[in-house]
Design a protein around this ligand. Sequence first.
Ligand SMILES: [Mg+2]
Length: 429
Amino acid sequence: MPSPTEEVRAVWTSDQGSMAQQTAVTRWPKIVEGTVDDIDETAASSDKEKRAERAAMRIALQEIMHEIERNEPLKPLREDGVPGIGDFNKQLNGIGSCSWLDCPWLFAECYLYRRIQTIFNASKNWQGYDVFKRRKDSTFVTSRAAVEELASREEAQRLLFIEMTEIALWGNATDLSLLSHLSMEDLQDLQGQDAIQKNQKNIVDNDTDAVWAYLQCTPSPVDRHVDIVLDNAGFELFTDLIYAAYLLDSQIATSVQLHTKQFPWFVSDVVLTDVDSLFEHLGSAKCFPDREYLDRLVPRLRKFFECGAISTTSEPFWTTPYSFHEMPNRAPALFDQLQSSYLVIFKGDLNYRKLTKDGLWPYTTSFRETLGPLGKSRMKILALRTNKSDTCVGVESQVKVDALNAEAPGGAWVRNGRYAVISFHEGHC
Ligand SMILES: [Mg+2]
């Protein structure tokens, strides 16, 4: 592992025993296979043209699967009429010769989703199609008990900031691209109040007190705009909306902007239509028969959108392969905008990997140090992330790292989704 002063090395899919390697070998082919099944299912009830075009798309998707399985080189992406391809190819060029199972993980995983998207972008009849929607929807419906429970708590509420923050944090445990090996029972175990209390000791870097102190500091600005850079649709998005509503109700925030992805990404990430889809599900007595609290909560949430207190945006930067160290150069307007935000909340594993450059930092490296230029900026960054990859920083001491290694050997505490971080950087004024 590098000393913190050296340039950090990113995780590669060829790193033996890494989460990166496991993902590339076992998860990626499965995810692509799922897209083939999905278009087959959709085509079965579609018109002739859509069905006809499906055959070629199937081949293109299977080609990706075979390339991964045969560990073929990553090819430059073909132009598909949508901006962003150039950035991918430039970065691919910069990496030099690399193949699916021997390349920087962060880049290759972003490349995979952009590559899948080229097939849909280049089609005639499948424009705007979300190939992961079916999976997102079905997972959300299995969260029924937790949704109904949270609706009731929100109603009873004025819950503590800590509790609300942790609900948003553990909502991140539901991530389709990362937890495809868990059963529905496992997923339900990760949700709900008992789980949250039990898991508190598993927050390996917990800056909640520092965030709370920052939010309490006077004089607080009149305009307290909070940004939430979302991760997953479904249950996590539901917890994020509850969190946004709490921040507004408690007057911690005066407005909240939700950042969604521009196109389907990492299977379960939120695209704009997932927000509508969430409201459809929450409004449906078939999905959620226990309406007592939901019928009060849902109109309140809708109102926040209608009056603009909660808004949405989809920045193209979130679906590039760049780490956030490159935000000042690659997305200067976004960088400026987020620097003037009262608080920027980054949800989930991918955002965390991008914040830390997917680097193999020593676990005790300070969160600030791993943020690169963002750590030297005015941006107030709160990362809420359950640990599901190879990178984790901000652990207070080597003694704690040793204890974690003893408790969850083989780096399991960095990867298995049962440990988490609430990491905060207050920014420089
Ligand atoms: Mg995700």
